[in-house]
Design a protein around this ligand. Structure first.
Ligand code: ATP
Length: 373
């Protein structure tokens, strides 16, 4: 009798705006991989539309379902006009709460210039830009969400909170990640850069001090430093210098949007939010409501996030089949992008969401056939 093949339960939250379109694209590609029979998709509601319908953006059953699952796959959530009385958005409650409640402290955002994509940065070719922004995901300024103070509509305060534990674990993750990578494209050096404002605020000075303590325990990897304002220039002037960049929550949010624009578009940047026992996967972009329902959203970021999900599950469960399917997906994406009609509108092409999905699926089978030959 053969060994039973494990089935992985994937909690799926489609969300709002283009969320359902890009999420469906990723599911269609996952279902076409060599491990489709090992994946069980269970859908749960959350987001701004659900808030309008049911009065909550993040139902308890959705949280319990996500917590029970082996991994969580998400499109995007949030609609600008759908807010709480304090003016903050309801839909993003899902992603934010999930991070805090499942302690998903490491937000991994790879920034890679892929074949077929023209960078807005002059003369940069695929291979020249390949770094990871590692965003601390559970503390920093965003930990104040819902806890800030608004006094008489005259004074409002949000606090930036960092802890030794939080800084240590994100910095350790940064060095572990750099050790697994091939170094910065410019000089091949394995390097971790801390991006902060240690010159201005005590919280960031503390972040840098703890970063230095972790760096001392990892002498094989170069420790590097940049202030956040200077970093917005460096990422445009010398992206090839970077390998892994670690930063506080809000800086990571802002810097990764800027970085995504240097490798094509927000639409193609994947994101993984990882804790010690849960993983949450969605593209780095938001719900882009102005282009929703038109079949023009770029699904590459969500498809690549789904590939990262297989990679994470494969490493976690020592399941080679998932690792090879993750590879199959990433190769399928690169092959689709490199074709003459493989780019969506945001990347200067004319392919629709469903065109891209079909192209990736077709190229999955050709990469799989190729591997089997
Ligand atoms: P959030 O704060 O929820 O992350 P955001 O305010 O950063 O959202 P997005 O929804 O990410 O905003 O949209 C930013 C811009 O990028 C918009 O012009 C949007 O149309 C475009 N965009 C985002 N995602 C995609 C995508 N997948 N395909 C094409 N364009 C996209």
């Amino acid at each position: 009798m053969g060994a039973r093949v494990k089935t992985y339960e994937i909690a799926v939250v489609h969300g709002d705006g283009i969320g359902p379109e890009v999420c469906q694209a990723a599911i269609d590609v996952l279902k076409a991989t060599s491990v489709s029979n090992s994946l069980k998709f269970v859908e749960y509601p959350a987001g701004a539309n659900h808030y309008l319908k049911a009065g909550t953006a993040f139902p308890d059953e959705t949280f319990e379902g996500c917590k029970r699952s082996d991994a969580i796959l998400h499109g995007a959530a949030g609609l600008p006009g759908v807010t709480y009385p304090d003016g903050t958005e309801t839909g993003i409650e899902f992603g934010l709460q999930l991070r805090f409640r499942l302690d998903l402290y490491a937000n991994v955002r790879p920034i890679k210039l892929r074949p077929g994509v023209t960078s807005r940065l002059r003369d940069r070719k695929p291979g020249d830009i390949d770094y990871v922004i590692l965003r601390e995901n559970t503390e920093g300024l965003y930990a104040a969400r819902g806890n800030g103070v608004n006094l008489r509509d005259e004074v409002a305060v949000d606090s930036l909170v960092v802890t030794r534990k939080g800084i240590e674990r994100i910095c350790r993750t940064a060095f572990e990640l750099a050790r697994k990578r091939n170094g910065a494209p410019g000089d091949g050096k394995k390097r971790v850069t801390v991006c902060d404002k240690a010159n201005v605020l005590r919280t960031y000075a503390f972040f840098r001090r703890v970063f230095n303590e972790v760096a001392e325990q990892n002498p094989d990897i170069e420790a590097d430093y940049a202030y956040a304002d200077a970093m917005t220039v460096y990422l445009l002037e010398r992206p090839e210098y970077y390998d892994v960049i670690v930063m506080e929550n809000m800086f990571g949010d802002i810097m990764s949007d800027l970085a995504a624009a240097t490798v094509g578009s927000m639409g193609m940047s994947p994101s993984s939010e990882l804790g010690d026992s849960h993983g949450f996967f969605q593209a780095a972009h938001g719900s882009a409501p102005t282009i929703a329902g038109q079949n023009i959203a770029n699904p590459y970021g969500t498809i690549l996030s789904a590939a990262s999900m297989l990679q994470w599950l494969g490493e976690r469960h020592a399941d080679e089949r998932l690792l090879s399917a993750a590879n199959q997906m990433e190769n399928g994406v690169d092959a689709a992008m490199a074709t003459s009609n493989g780019l969506t509108r945001d990347l200067g092409g004319t392919a629709t969401t469903t065109d891209v999905t079909r192209m990736v699926i077709d190229r999955l089978s050709s990469t799989a056939r190729h591997a089997a030959e």
